[in-house]
Design a protein around this ligand. Structure first.
Ligand SMILES: Cc1ncc(COP(=O)(O)O)c(C=O)c1O
Length: 417
């Protein structure tokens, strides 16, 4: 086990020190959005105080903005394992996917097919369904096994064929927590020349991403899920990007990163995201084993150290849940299989509505989600779309003591009947 120090990690997040009427906060809402690292806040402030200007002017603040924009794109490329001209910052993942769906669907023909998954957040489903409907393109579905909470990989051969234009899938589920074998899905799509899209919104906070290893054409993530500001980050393979006709206005530059980022971007979000990457690199320096001095090596080490800590939290939580039979978990429950999931746990508690359970936590200043979190297909598949679930999610700033406190509350809810 690598060295880890909760107090030091938590001190890197100003929000973790806040109290309300003397009550500390327990943030178990990470899959909805994490707390923001101090380094990300510092960089956001820098963007808005020290260099608040549009880029590409001749004066100091504007030039600084241009330089930092380049730096932020380079750091994002290091985070994803690609080149800076393959990175697009946007408002959020949903709007980036809408934007790209519009460009990609332009050359779809009636009778073509796309493959979508029933495990995805609707951000990686809805935009493609709308685009398919406009072009008379057939949607085919990659299903989820409700017993194992895995994709039905054995169906890929029958689903993907010569007419498949796009295959979209999920790296880690925001509902089930399952980590998926996206390489396998991407390889099946690329074998027939389909564009492959991976939603990494829920994996990026928990383990390193390597787009070259995944070999996808597009990969999306949202920095506000990994300790940064509200923004979206999209990787697009250079060869694909060159083929796309951008949705741009006439005077705006035709080069990356401007080509697919219409209008004035949120410079503060780009710099804030850079700060989130600095946080991950710091984690690597402090608690990990970087294989070199590069930003990527340090971030990878940071995420690996975080993953080791999160695995400990997940094992404790799963062991505790196993002793509360009234709790039904939707996702991998075996602590021995913890490597197959992220620490995101959706559950129902017999005799209690999800909203009531979340409220019971809220009065103790413990923040957990209830609902279906736009995981439209999988919540429907499991018959949970109306009732919803309680979702408890951890990040590397959570502690074993917090896991135990949450288990205590769950036991109390069950005991109260
Ligand atoms: C897996 C997944 N994909 C996409 C999204 C949508 O991201 P955004 O809010 O950046 O549009 C979310 C948000 O929760 C998500 O969990």
């Amino acid at each position: 086990m690598t060295y880890w120090n909760d107090a030091e990690v938590r001190a890197a997040f100003p929000a973790l020190a806040l109290q309300d009427d003397g009550q500390p906060r327990l943030y178990a809402d990470a899959p909805g959005g994490t707390q923001v690292a101090g380094r990300a806040l510092d960089r956001t402030r820098q963007a808005m105080v020290e260099q608040c200007a549009n880029e590409a002017g001749v004066f100091l603040t504007s030039q600084r903005t241009s330089q930092w924009m380049t730096t932020a794109h380079q750091a994002a490329a290091a985070f994803l394992g690609c080149d800076a001209d393959e990175v697009v910052f946007g408002l959020n993942t949903t709007s980036l996917l809408f934007h790209f769906s519009h460009m990609l669907a332009r050359d779809w023909q009636a009778g073509d097919e796309i493959v979508l998954s029933r495990m995805d957040h609707d951000a990686n489903v809805g935009p493609w369904i709308l685009a398919a409907a406009e072009r008379d393109v057939t949607v085919r579905w990659l299903d989820v096994d409700p017993q194992t909470f895995q994709y039905r990989y054995d169906a890929l051969g029958a689903l993907i064929g010569p007419r498949t234009r796009l295959v979209a899938c999920n790296h880690a589920s925001n509902f089930l927590g399952t980590i998926n074998d996206v390489r396998r899905i991407v390889a099946a799509g690329r074998a027939v020349g389909a564009v492959t899209v991976v939603d990494a919104v829920q994996s990026a906070p928990h383990f390193p991403i390597d787009v070259r290893a995944i070999d996808c054409d597009i990969l999306v993530s949202s920095p506000y899920k990994y300790f940064g500001p509200h923004a979206g980050l999209l990787y697009v393979r250079r060869e694909l990007e060159k083929r796309l006709k951008p949705l741009k206005i006439r005077p705006s530059p035709d080069e990356m990163p401007y080509r697919h980022a219409p209008g004035t971007p949120s410079f503060e979000a780009q710099l804030g995201t850079y700060g989130a990457f600095e946080h991950l690199a710091w984690l690597g320096d402090r608690f990990g084993k970087p294989t070199g001095n590069s930003l990527r090596a340090r971030m990878v080490a940071g995420l690996e150290a975080a993953a080791a800590h999160e695995a400990e939290l997940a094992v404790r939580f799963l062991q505790g849940l196993a002793r509360i039979p009234q709790v039904r978990l939707y996702g991998i429950a075996d602590p021995a299989q913890v490597q197959g999931r992220v620490p995101t746990f959706s559950m129902t508690i017999a005799g209690h509505s999800a909203a009531d359970v979340a409220r019971t936590f809220a009065v103790r200043n413990i923040y957990v989600w209830d609902g279906t979190f736009y995981a439209w297909e999988v919540s429907g598949l499991l018959g949970l779309r109306e009732s919803g679930v309680v979702r408890i999610g951890f990040a590397h700033y959570n502690t074993v003591a917090e896991v135990e406190a949450i288990l205590d509350v769950l036991r109390g809810i069950v005991a109260a009947g």
